[in-house]
Design a protein around this ligand. Structure first.
Ligand code: CA2
Length: 154
């Protein structure tokens, strides 16, 4: 029999090009590297009683495999799908299939940017969407999941 899902585990997934954070276009995406942001998320998650597993990929299929993996290992998903938000029906289908709480995060306010960024397929599978708050958006997503999963710090 499969192990029960760890109700305190959250998988944080970042999509294409987000490995470049802090190295290019700081005026748009900020100075912090993805490693900095992931460390903050693990620390904030721990204070909320959550274990946060962080991964980034530039490949759609890899992200889909990780979403499937979250089905049996995580209580919730936080995902910044990058540009795949605006194109990937496959990511949307994967997120719908796993039936977990999903928070979609964008560093920038996608509604103040080019028209093609205004629509996200992933939003159709998300419990909620946070955009425009920079890296704080990930922390807000963790706070939401901790509250909705009923976790308390140990
Ligand atoms: O605002 C966001 O978080 C986005 O998901 C970022 C994506 C963009 O395609 C989405 O429309 C909104 C782009 C990620 C690119 O990341 C970079 C980071 C540093 C330097 C260059 C790109």
């Amino acid at each position: 029999m499969q192990d029960p899902v760890d109700q305190r585990s959250v998988h944080l997934l970042n999509g294409p090009n987000l490995n470049l954070l802090g190295m290019r276009e700081p005026e748009k995406y900020g100075n912090r590297t993805l490693t900095d942001i992931e460390e903050d998320c693990r620390r904030h998650g721990a204070a909320l009683g959550l274990t946060v597993f962080c991964r980034q990929s530039n490949h759609e299929g890899v992200l889909i495999d990780w979403i499937h993996q979250a089905r049996t290992e995580a209580a919730g998903i936080i995902i910044n799908p990058g540009a795949y938000s605006h194109s990937s029906v496959a990511l949307m289908d994967a997120l719908l299939a796993v039936r977990l709480p999903v928070v979609e995060v964008h560093l920038t306010n996608i509604h103040r940017r080019e028209t093609f960024r205004h629509h996200s397929y992933v939003s159709l599978a998300a419990t909620g969407v946070i955009c425009g708050l920079g890296a704080d958006g990930y922390l807000a997503a963790l706070t939401f999941l901790a509250n909705s999963l009923g976790n308390t710090p140990s």
